[in-house]
Design a protein around this ligand. Structure first.
Ligand SMILES: [Mg+2]
Length: 223
């Protein structure tokens, strides 16, 4: 099988070593969203309802939130081991690299510029002119329908689905696998994700070094 022309990565838990860029804000603000997360995974609430609930919890705790407060939540977050090397090597081979994330755009944008990826999309907030949070923006990426963004990327770059490989760590990331394309489950973060990968029969890489996916991108080739 020929190597890919494009690799589309999830961000949280794949290119970055954090669990969730939404969770990072809760940890920093001393709030939590466990119950809503469970409802979200069970598909009882959608991305927009989840984001609205997060924002109301933060506002309730902090009164108001500045853009800089959000950026500061990510000061301790690191890139996944091997992420820089994998992205560089892909781009050196002429492979397009994109991020499709339902995470927080302030964070995903930081990762995108650190890694100099070709394209990225994520969810985010509306800010007033002084940088204070107004509320969540309507979702740009639906966690369980990430294929919509992958398909848009495919069309813009005139690619065949067969030329695309997506990489994600969450069960919802399987939705990145548009028909005809491939998917790699990387370092599944939760048991529901591992179960979802298994029932979708996708290759699973249990490692916290992104270089481990290389033999699956380019059949049998070591990094
Ligand atoms: Mg993830």
């Amino acid at each position: 099988m020929a190597g890919p022309m494009a690799v589309v990565f999830d961000c949280d838990g794949v290119l970055a070593s954090n669990g969730s860029s939404w969770q990072s804000i809760h940890e920093s603000f001393g709030t939590e969203n466990k119950e809503m997360f469970t409802r979200f995974v069970n598909r009882e609430i959608d991305d927009d309802e989840f984001m609205a609930d997060d924002v109301s919890k933060w506002m309730g705790k902090r009164g108001r939130i500045h853009k800089d407060d959000i950026a500061r939540c990510y000061s301790g977050v690191r890139l996944m081991s091997g992420a820089r090397e994998v992205v560089e090597k892909l781009q050196k081979r002429g492979v397009l690299v994109a991020i499709v994330s339902s995470g927080v755009d302030i964070f995903v944008g930081m990762v995108a510029s650190m890694l100099k990826v070709d394209d990225w999309i994520a969810n985010g907030f509306e800010w007033d002119e002084d940088g204070w949070m107004v509320g969540p923006l309507p979702s740009r990426v639906l966690s369980f329908e990430k294929g919509i963004a992958v398909e848009k990327f495919r069309r813009i770059n005139d690619l065949m689905p067969e030329e695309i490989i997506s990489v994600g760590d969450s069960g919802s990331d399987i939705s990145m696998r548009i028909e005809g394309s491939r998917f790699i489950g990387f370092n599944p973060s939760a048991s529901w994700s591992l179960d979802a990968f298994k029932s979708a029969s996708v290759p699973i890489v249990e490692s916290n070094d992104l270089r481990s996916i290389w033999p699956l991108l380019f059949e049998g080739e070591g990094f």
